[in-house]
Structures are given as C-alpha cells and as structure tokens.
Design a binder for this molecule. Structure first.
Ligand SMILES: [Zn+2]
Length: 81
C-alpha cells in the first residue's frame, strides 16, 4: 500500500473502516475528539433495542457546539501532529 493509498483510506467515509489503519475524528475548531454524528435508528422489537440503520452527513462537536456536514477532521490514529 502506498502512502497516497493510506491517506485516501484515512479520509474515505465508511461506517466500518475496512482499511488496516484506524482513524479518529477531531474537531478542527477546538481539537476535541467528542464528535457526534447525526444518525437514524429503527426499533427492533425482537432485540428490544434501537438498531442503527444509517448515519447522516451532519457532525457536531460536543465541546464547542460547532457543526456541519463532514465537519470533523479525519486523522490516522497514531499519526504525528
Ligand atoms: Zn470543537
């Protein structure tokens, strides 16, 4: 895997991260990792719990309340700052 491939993998959006590299989400305004993502859940009567059915584009920082579509920065875990 080339360096460019790794960078693409780190910024591509997927619910499950299929690449070997783990990513983290960071607020570009305050640096917080407490990022919430809008999502939809459906009630599963068999399991008696909410099941995540989709995630939306909108992301909100818990700490500074900034929000927007794909607002958070994607960083490869362990990468130098
Ligand atoms: Zn923030």
């Amino acid at each position: 895997m080339t360096r460019a491939d790794r960078e693409n993998a780190a910024t591509s959006e997927s619910i499950g991260n299929r690449s070997m590299d783990k990513i983290e989400l960071r607020c570009p305004h305050c640096g917080s990792a407490n990022i919430f993502k809008d999502a939809a859940a459906a009630w599963d009567a068999e399991a008696q719990e909410w099941t995540l059915v989709s995630v939306h584009d909108h992301e909100t920082c818990e700490d500074c309340d900034r929000s927007g579509d794909y607002m958070a920065e994607r960083r490869t875990l362990g990468a130098a700052d």
